[in-house]
Design a protein around this ligand. Structure first.
Ligand code: KIV
Ligand code: NA
Length: 275
């Protein structure tokens, strides 16, 4: 069996081929995503999407490890990247290494992703020099929602220089790719031109080297809110609601189970000629 795509192969896509990324949190979804994507991200969005948390701040190492293990069981081809949760890496490069190594060893992920720009560059370098590939994440960094003051577009006007410096800092520190979240499209294009590794956009325009979305947003399963950058490719939430209502109707009307779902009290005789 062919090995999964490596972080180095993803890095080499710069200027060559778009990088297709989706999140996944479970084995069956990982199998579906693996068939079409280059990178599968176990995002800390899992806290909001599957656990009903109000933000990503309450996501723990244990949650990331459990979902990372589930996703790893479903992957054959895609590169597996796992988010470092809030509080697991910001304190020091040493703390980041300890937790990143644990995430990789316990899940089989090939890389970690962490949020932050210039102030996290030292940590990115520390991890990469010690064998841990890192995906950066700049622009809107949801773990900093309380200091950013909401999930606002980042890098408008003069603030664009700051976001550019953030992306350059993590790229130069050795990140193999950088997520750009919720930036003006022209800033996404400029950062993509200026850094040597692939940019993975989410609400950062068409010129990024790749794109990422949250799988439950793409499928219309998570409908709590819909950011402007989400494109829904299916309405599985709606389809699920209809299926569940039809089941409830059948049970109440005693239409389910049907004859084909029943077990007889005597075993049927084996067909003639068969042992
Ligand atoms: O947690 C997540 O799903 C992410 C992506 C949306 C980039 O960080
Ligand atoms: Na995330």
């Amino acid at each position: 069996r062919k090995p999964r795509l490596s972080p180095g192969e993803i890095r080499a896509r710069k200027g060559a081929e778009p990088v297709v990324v989706l999140t996944a949190y479970t084995t069956p979804m990982a199998q579906l995503v693996d068939a079409s994507c280059d990178v599968v991200l176990v995002g800390d969005s899992v806290g909001m999407v599957l656990h009903g948390l109000p933000s990503t701040l309450g996501v723990t190492m244990e949650m990331m490890i459990m979902h990372g293990q589930a996703v790893a069981r479903g992957l054959e081809r895609a590169c597996l990247v796992i988010d470092m949760p809030f509080g697991s890496y910001e304190e020091s490069p040493q703390q980041a290494f300890r937790n990143a190594a644990r995430l990789m060893v316990e899940t089989g992920a090939q890389a970690v992703k962490l949020e932050g720009g210039q102030h996290m560059a030292e940590t990115v370098r520390f991890l990469v020099q010690r064998g841990i590939p890192v995906m950066g994440h700049v622009g809107l960094t949801p773990q900093s929602v309380n200091t950013l003051g909401g999930y606002k577009v980042q890098g408008r006007g003069a603030d664009g220089e700051r976001v550019l410096k953030d992306a350059v800092a993590v790229a130069e520190a050795g990140a193999f790719s950088v997520v750009l979240e919720k930036l003006p499209a022209d800033l996404g294009a400029r950062i993509t031109r200026e850094i040597a590794v692939p940019t993975i956009g989410i609400g950062a325009g068409l010129d990024c080297d790749g794109q990422v979305l949250v799988i439950d947003d793409v499928l219309g399963i998570f409908t709590g809110f819909r950011p402007k950058f989400v494109k829904r490719y299916a309405e599985l939430g709606q389809i699920s609601a209809e299926a569940i209502a039809a089941y409830a109707d059948d049970v109440r009307a005693r239409r389910f189970p049907g004859p084909e779902h029943l077990f007889a009290s005597e075993l049927a005789p084996k067909p003639e000629g068969k042992a």
